[in-house]
Structure formats: C-alpha cells, structure tokens
Design a binder for this molecule. Sequence first.
Ligand code: NAD
Ligand code: UDP
Length: 341
Amino acid sequence: MKTLIVGGGGFIGAHLLEEILRNHRNWQVTVIDINSEKISHLLLDKNVKFFEIDIVRNSIEDHVSDCDVMLPLAAIASPAVYVTDPLRVFELDFEANLKIIKWAVKYQKRVIFPSTSEVYGMCADEEFLEDESNCVTGPVSKQRWIYSCSKQMLDRVIYAHGLKNNLDYTLFRPFNWIGPKLDDISNPESGSSRVVTQFLSNIIHGKDIKLVDGGNQIRSFTDIADAIAALIKIILNENNCATRQIFNIGNPHNQTSIKNLAQEIVELAKKYDQLKSLAEKTKIIEIDPNEYYGKGYQDVSCRIPSIKKAETVLQWTPTVSLRESLRKIMDDLFKKNASSR
Ligand code: NAD
Ligand code: UDP
C-alpha cells in the first residue's frame, strides 16, 4: 500500500511512521513536511521517501495522484497561535488542506483526515457523539475558534464529497493525544506548547505552572500508542468498516481537571533524580485567561468523548492510563526504565 503522510514529521506522523516501519513492512510511505527533526532516525529506511515541501506555497498534486491512501496531518494545532495568528491557521489548516482534499477527489484517493475534538467546542453534552453532538463555537472576536471552524468546514466539505462524488474518507477526532515528542520541551514560554509539554517544560526550566482560569477545565488524555492503534485500524479499513465514518479517538477513563494534571505531573517529576529539586520548588499558580492567551481566547470547560462507535466498529479500546502515559513521556525524556517506579 502506498501511504502519503502530509505533515508526517509532526507528533502524530512520527509515531505513525514508527509503527508502520515496525509492523507493516509491505507499505511504502511518502512523508511530506517542512521539518524532519522528529523522524530523522527513520529516513534511511528503504520504505520511506521524504520530501521537504511547504504545502501552503507548493503543489503536492503529483504525490496525491501517486498514493493509495493519504493522511493530511499538517496543521497548526496550538491554541495560543489561534489567538495570535488566526490567518496563518486558516491558510494552513483550511486553505492548504482544502487543495489536498480536492486532489483526493480528482484522483479518487482514500483520505484519512484529522478532524479534532475542538469541533464540538462548548457543546453541553456530557460525552460528545460523532453523529449527534452539536458543534458550538463562540463569537467572532474570540479568535480561538478559527481552528475549530476551519476543521469543521473541512469535515463538512469532505462529508459532502463522500455523498456527491463517492469520496472514500474517514474523519478521526483526536482528544488530547499525548506522548513523547508532543511539542518542544526546550521552550518554557507560556502558550508555546500543548498542556502536558507546557507543564513539564515549566518544571524543567524552574518556572511556575500557570492554571488558566483555576484549572477546573476537564480534558480526556489519550496515550499516543492507543491512538496509533486506532489509526492503523482505520488505515487497514477491514470490510470498509471505516469508510465514510467519523470516529472520536479518545480515552474517557483518563478524564481529569487541568489542576489535577498539574499536581500529578509535579508529583511524578519528584520521582526523577534530574527533576526532584526543581519539582519540589515548582509553584502552581492561577492566571487569568486574557492575561495568558490574550482577549481572543475562550476555553472549553469540559471535553469528554464517547468512544462507543470506535469500540464497536473498529474493535478498538484504549488501555493506557494517564499516569502510565505521563511516565512514558518522562522516561523518554530522561531515558530511564519505568519498572522501578
Ligand atoms: P504537529 O504540530 O506535531 O505536526 C504538524 C506537522 O505539520 C509538523 O511536523 C509541521 O512541521 C508540519 N507542517 C506545518 N506547516 C507545514 C507546511 N506549510 N507544509 C508542510 N508541513 C507543515 O501536530 P500533530 O499533533 O501531529 O497533529 C496532526 C494533526 O492532527 C493536525 O491536523 C491536528 O490539527 C490534528 N489534531 C491533533 C491533536 C492532538 O492531540 N495531537 C488533537 C486534535 C487534532
Ligand atoms: N492550560 C493551562 N496552563 C497552561 C497551558 C494550558 O491551564 O500553561 C489549559 C488550557 O487553558 C486548556 C487546557 O489546559 O484549558 C488544555 O490546553 P491545551 O493547550 O493542551 O489544548 P486544548 O485541550 O485546549 O485544545
């Protein structure tokens, strides 16, 4: 199978590529990205071709026409950037990806598209359901929602091409996937990365952990190994079970408040020699959302997936607890064996 991973040098792409090269040796993978740092150790494999291409400025039509299945993963997925640079988010997450979807329609290629849990926005449902829950966003002045709207619009375009042009697609909605290589741990600046990396980076650099709005927001964290197992099932698409379907890929058992997450990360850090004294000094403080992100921010207070559909249709169930997942991230950073903890 010829697999095209656009943005394959990022967090999800790097883990997916590792898994494909480990267990699916008959797949040929083409990776397109502007950065190959996270996958540099994989690029000598004969089954991988890497192309450094900026998809905002260049066509990748030839690559799309040449694949069997495509995962367009390139996007800006950091809430701070939705507020500070919404047009860059729109240009990449919507405009550049729309072009790719149109080529997939033109050449009748299967597309596995990363929607997002953010499309549900401030939906009041206790658990979000793929085919029933509302997508609820805030006012235009709250620029945070440009990411959610860009992804939602692409979901709708892809869905329409499925109905009208028989496009073979699957939309998957990640719920806070976490793991090694998530974001750049070396940058402790507020808002520079997603929350788990941010908190760890704060500890490592001797900075306070800042809880936006008190940290009562609930998120469901999903270990990347569980997430990649779901993605592989979607790519394999046994009996076309994933064709023209939307799946939440999350772990409702790993739901926690951001405040609890901060405490858990600090306690875990104390068990690592390199971090013990820094973690003991780390303060967890509260901060106003406008001060942290700027006025264009609005938070999602509770985000929990229903995964019944993925469990039933894909025969997939996540197994890694939040604590274990955090341990794996720390062990990767400090190259230690988890068994002693
Ligand atoms: P990531 O930021 O780690 O990876 C994105 C990759 O896209 C990066 O390697 C980046 O270099 C590349 N890229 C950026 N601009 C590019 C350009 N102009 N041309 C080519 N490549 C470019 O993100 P990720 O966590 O791997 O997420 C992948 C997809 O999944 C994204 O579409 C994201 O919106 C979606 N998603 C992820 C999560 C999550 O929990 N990680 C949650 C919801 C949705
Ligand atoms: N958050 C926080 N402090 C930080 C970074 C994030 O309190 O230093 C909060 C943020 O406001 C959000 C949650 O943590 O409620 C998750 O943030 P993330 O950036 O991972 O993305 P989200 O889940 O909102 O897409």
